[in-house]
Design a binder for this molecule. Structure first.
Ligand code: ES4
Ligand code: ZN
Length: 326
């Protein structure tokens, strides 16, 4: 079978997806009209045309502005429902979905609003087609650690709906060590830990995430090759990386897709996975990431199958459920 067909038809897990980064321009436009939010765009086409980024920060500025149209429970339901339907179309059978509570609580929108919308969509997808999901709550690292502590406290009624806690937003200048204390508390609560590291930041930030936060996975991590000892450690420990090729291209972490190092890392024996990050902003959902790895890097069928196995292996599913898909 041609590789394009395998990409579409084989079951996949997605482990690095920001739900706010799956907001389609059409839904953004519709919700802006619903809530009378004034956007700096005159049409859906203008929103799409604005998605040109120079780096992570120029993207984040637009991403937080876009999230401002999300106001009530039904908005968060629609956001989650749209992404879960994409999963169905793309044969993503399991998704570990990040959300940024501080993007909403800072605007006066509480946990009871977004969690209710997310949960309604997740339950409906589970009932209708057996969709499997886990939620990852992420702290915004440009804000102080004290805000992360209060967010963790606000989330208390929802701990049984949260599988892991992550760390995202502006990486440079906000190293993992800034959040060492709050992640110690997260681990005491028995939650898994992930952190964005080595996206724009140096290999040392990946070491900090490992040694100080004791992460179960690294989000991105593509800068690990700056440090050969780190590469060896990641291989030896089989600590997963959730790599996002289209994201790296759009945020100019790499100049061209054929410069991406994901297949080098895979061939070196690292537990790397493919993910879409913020698909509506970066020009493609998960399958488009796999297609571009084939087109630009010549990813072959054996590599594709290994990446798909890795997507389940690196997930937070219980071992018995992982084995079902591998
Ligand atoms: C993000 Cl690509 C990326 N990096 C860091 N934080 C983020 N939040 C949403 N997308
Ligand atoms: Zn991300």
């Amino acid at each position: 079978m041609a590789i394009e067909k395998l990409i579409q038809s084989l079951p996949k897990a997605e482990l690095h997806l920001h739900i706010e980064g799956s907001l389609e321009p059409a839904l953004m436009w519709q919700l802006a009209n619903k809530h009378q939010v004034v956007l700096p765009y005159q049409s859906v086409a203008e929103i799409e045309a604005a998605y040109q980024f120079e780096d992570l920060q120029s993207f984040l500025d637009l991403y937080y502005a876009g999230a401002d149209v999300l106001r009530d429970e039904d908005d968060f339901f629609q956001l989650m429902w749209s992404y879960l339907n994409k999963c169905r179309q793309e044969n993503i059978v399991h998704a570990e979905i990040m959300f940024d509570p501080q993007t909403h609580t800072e605007r006066g929108i509480g946990f009871e609003v977004f969690m209710a919308g997310f949960e309604r969509a997740i339950a409906q997808a589970r009932q209708q087609w057996g969709m499997s999901t886990l939620l990852i709550m992420s702290f915004l690292r440009h804000l102080p650690e004290a805000d992360a502590f209060s967010t963790l406290e606000e989330a208390r009624p929802y701990y049984d709906q949260i599988a892991a806690i992550g760390l995202d937003s502006s990486e440079l200048g906000h190293p993992p060590e800034k959040f060492e204390r709050v992640f110690a508390r997260v681990r005491e609560l028995g939650l898994k830990v992930v952190a964005h590291a080595g996206e724009e930041g140096p290999a040392d930030y990946i070491w900090q995430a490992i040694k100080l936060l004791e992460v179960d996975r690294i989000d991105h991590g593509v800068n690990c090759q700056q440090d050969q000892k780190l590469v060896e450690y990641l291989i030896q420990q089989q600590l997963p990386l959730t790599v996002c090729p289209l994201s790296n291209l759009k945020l100019k972490v790499i100049e061209k897709m054929d410069h991406h190092n994901i297949l080098q890392l895979l061939e070196a024996g690292m537990l790397v996975t493919v993910n879409s990050d913020d698909p509506t902003y970066f020009g493609g959902y998960l399958n488009e990431n796999y297609r571009q790895l084939h087109a630009a890097l010549g990813m072959n069928t054996a590599q594709l199958k290994q990446l798909l196995i890795n997507s389940f292996k690196a997930s937070f599913l219980p071992e018995s459920q992982k084995q079902h898909w591998i």
